[in-house]
Ligand binder design. Structure first.
Ligand code: ZN
Length: 326
């Protein structure tokens, strides 16, 4: 079964000193009973029931089933199962359900939380400091589920799926995959945070309902993560589709312009081969191509006048003819 790796919604939280109850639970996993000053504890959010960046979400039933599966699981570096990469162990998990916050699908926002410990040793000092200072903050989990359903038609994705596409809107609702019936939980891992002045601090921006796209763009500038409401997401998807259509038209216009300039160029500058002209045209910005089209047209008109010898039938001629009317 394919192992899923999911970024945790809010990663590590504070509360580092173990309680009596913590120690009791921790010592179920240790050979020698550890004292309060020998362990460092931290809380983390493992996963939630909101649609994630892959357009997937865990069902609440899946979160509840995953809770006991994560107890005793280790925290590792970069999802690598090598023993030397194990740095911490989850000793307690629980479900937290918000009665105020709703998910984009209208459920109560529910998270699977965990409390983990790290034995304090010279080797673990650096990691503990990184967690305390917020440098190690984002986490991701790895697990397997036996059911992945399309949110629109409830078809099982593994059995060939359906015609619906994740991330697209159907009847005002975003299609996503509902992950349920977990079969195993493996570990959690700290996700690398790139070195930057604000390392460890993840800024995020939640788009309020009804906010215009240009304002979303401005407000989100500089944020590392943006949470869109379904309404804002639909607006954005519609905008992208209209831009894609516009871009097809623009491409057609551009190709036609390049062809015209190449053709006119061949007349104006016969020394250049048509291949060379096409190559030059393809590299020029559209404004320059338009200017060239004008210049080449004028030049071509001079070199190849349309009516070189015959007098044109002008308005004056017409007036003159009146004199011959009977
Ligand atoms: Zn479907």
């Amino acid at each position: 079964m394919e192992k899923l790796q999911k970024n945790a919604p809010s990663g590590v939280e504070c509360s580092f000193i173990p309680t009596e109850n913590d120690l009791e639970l921790i010592n179920r996993y240790t050979v020698k009973a550890l004292e309060a000053d020998e362990v460092f504890c931290f809380n983390l959010t493992l996963c939630d029931n909101e649609i994630d960046r892959d357009f997937e979400r865990f069902s609440v039933e899946a979160l509840t089933a995953l809770a006991p599966m994560f107890e005793g699981r280790t925290g590792i570096a970069d999802h690598s199962m090598k023993t030397e990469n194990q740095h911490s162990r989850i000793f307690r998990t629980w479900i937290e359900e918000s009665e105020i916050r709703k998910t984009s699908t209208g459920e109560n926002y529910t998270t699977l939380k965990a409390r983990a410990y790290i034995p304090i040793t010279p080797k673990s000092e650096e990691l503990i400091e990184q967690i305390k200072s917020g440098i190690k903050k984002e986490t991701s989990i790895s697990c397997t589920v036996s059911s992945q359903l399309c949110s629109v038609c409830k078809a099982e994705i593994r059995k060939g799926g359906c015609k619906h596409r994740k991330g697209e809107i159907y009847d005002g609702r975003m299609c996503h995959t509902v992950l349920s019936k977990p079969t195993d939980a493996y570990e959690f891992s700290f996700v690398a945070v790139p070195a930057q002045p604000e390392a460890g601090v993840t800024k995020s921006f939640t788009v309020p309902e009804g906010m215009a796209l240009d304002k979303i763009e401005k407000a989100a500038a500089g944020c590392e993560a943006v949470t869109l409401s379904i309404e804002a997401f639909s607006q954005l998807t519609a905008k992208i589709h209209s831009l894609q259509e516009l871009s097809k038209d623009a491409e057609k216009y551009r190709k036609a312009l390049e062809a015209r300039v190449s053709r006119l160029g061949a007349m104006a500058v016969p020394e250049l081969s048509s291949d060379e002209l096409e190559h030059i045209c393809a590299k020029l910005p559209t404004d320059s191509l338009t200017a060239l089209e004008k210049a080449f047209s004028a030049n071509a008109a001079k070199r190849f006048p349309l009516n070189p010898q015959l007098g044109t039938f002008t308005h004056e001629n017409k007036t003159d003819n009146k004199e011959f009317k009977i």
